[in-house]
Every structure is written in structure tokens, then in C-alpha cells.
Design a protein around this ligand. Structure first.
Ligand SMILES: [Cu+2]
Length: 229
């Protein structure tokens, strides 16, 4: 009898310990959620769909996750992973023109799918270092910003994809970041409220899963959300 009682006490203790562990890991996971950043209001603008409000984001892409300004992503657990910042959770108002400027500090190589070398779905002209562009060489891609409706958002046809030209290997320093990043600016129109997801389509992860491992297979380093509210 005594042995049985001890065994059941041990079992209860083990279950309690497992529960505490589960709650702790859930709480830790939760705290890493990137902060939601709202677009900066830029007034109104005339577009192909008439006059609408204009909002903007300034994002960046880096060859690792040690960038202080990207603290929102809390990347300290994977400091060597490539990253988008300052956050990957974005929010914009419905029926607006969204302009995104991305400063890319990362190198890159060859796309798996050359479709993603092209600028697709933008309003007006995309700019690369101050000059209009419609595509980049498919073997010089650092990352892409590729936006699609979330599966719950069945009525939306919004699709945007913009390649980020890679920084040449010769300009990638051993320590720190390049002095000559590529600056890419593009705009697109969002309609009614809805949820969108975006990700990078260049295989910029580690050597696993054909370079779609680590940062590419985890949430928030090379992927994020766009909430239209
Ligand atoms: Cu990428």
C-alpha cells in the first residue's frame, strides 16, 4: 500500500512538473512574438484607383539577427539567422496605398524559381537605389518580399512580389554590415480589411531543406503578417 501511495505521489509530482514546464515554454514562446507596427500616415495620394490615404513602412533585411533596431523580433536565440526588421508584423488601414522601403544589407545568390526575380503587383514604379526597376538578375537575389492573402481571406486577389537585389560578395564585410546597402521602394494598394501573409522566396536559410531551413522554416525571421484594418 505504502509503495503504491509513493508511486502515485511521484506520478502526480511528475504531471505537475510537466504542466509547469508546458506553461513556461508557452509563455516564453509568446514573449517572442514580434511587436505589431502600424504604418506611418503620409496624407492622401492619387492612385490608379482614385484618391486614397497613403501610409508607409521602412523595413530592413540583414545577414543576421544582431541588429539593435530589430529588437522587436527578439532574435537573440538565433543571432546568426538572416532577418527582416524592425518587425515582421505589419498593420495598415483599409483602402490605402502602402509604400514600403526596404534597405537590404545582405548578399545572396540564385533563386530556385526565377519567377521571383520580377516585380509583380505594384502600383506605379518600383525603385532600386533611386532608379526604376522591374526585375533583378535571378542569380543576384538577397531576399524577396512576397505578399499573399491568408487562406481565410478568400475574396482577395492581392499579390505582390518584389526582389531585393543582393549586395555583391566583395562588399560584404567579415564583421559588421556593408556601407552600401541596396534600397528598394515599392507601393501597392490594399482594399477591404483582411489578413495577409508575406515571406521571402529566396532560399536564404541554412543548408537544410535545400536552404529553406532555419530562418526560412521558422515564423517571423523571413515571414510575417500584414493586417488590413
Ligand atoms: Cu530571405
Amino acid at each position: 500500500m505504502a509503495v503504491k501511495r509513493i508511486l502515485s505521489s511521484v506520478a502526480i509530482f511528475a504531471i505537475a512538473l510537466a504542466f509547469v514546464g508546458l506553461v513556461a515554454s508557452y509563455a516564453m514562446g509568446k514573449s517572442k512574438e514580434p511587436e505589431l507596427i502600424a504604418a506611418t500616415p503620409m496624407g492622401t495620394v492619387t492612385t490608379s484607383q482614385g484618391e486614397m490615404q497613403h501610409v508607409a513602412f521602412e523595413l530592413n533585411t540583414y545577414p543576421d539577427s544582431e541588429v539593435p533596431e530589430n529588437f522587436n523580433n527578439d532574435h537573440t536565440d538565433h543571432a546568426d539567422w538572416v532577418s527582416y526588421g524592425p518587425s515582421t508584423r505589419l498593420e495598415v488601414p483599409a483602402n490605402s496605398l502602402v509604400t514600403i522601403t526596404i534597405t537590404n544589407y545582405d548578399g545572396g545568390e540564385v533563386l530556385n524559381n526565377t519567377y521571383f526575380k520580377d516585380v509583380v503587383g505594384v502600383e506605379g514604379t518600383a525603385m532600386l537605389n533611386g532608379k526604376p526597376f522591374t526585375s533583378v538578375p535571378p542569380d543576384h537575389v538577397g531576399h524577396t518580399f512576397t505578399l499573399r492573402p491568408a487562406p481565410v481571406n478568400k475574396n482577395s486577389e492581392l499579390f505582390v512580389s518584389v526582389p531585393l537585389l543582393a549586395v555583391p560578395e566583395a562588399d560584404m564585410p567579415e564583421e559588421g554590415y556593408t556601407d552600401s546597402p541596396n534600397v528598394i521602394t515599392f507601393s501597392f494598394i490594399v482594399g477591404e480589411a483582411g489578413e495577409y501573409i508575406w515571406n521571402c522566396e529566396y532560399p536564404c536559410g541554412d543548408g537544410t531543406y535545400a536552404k529553406f531551413g532555419n530562418a526560412m522554416s521558422a515564423d517571423r525571421w523571413m515571414s510575417g503578417t500584414l493586417s488590413v484594418v
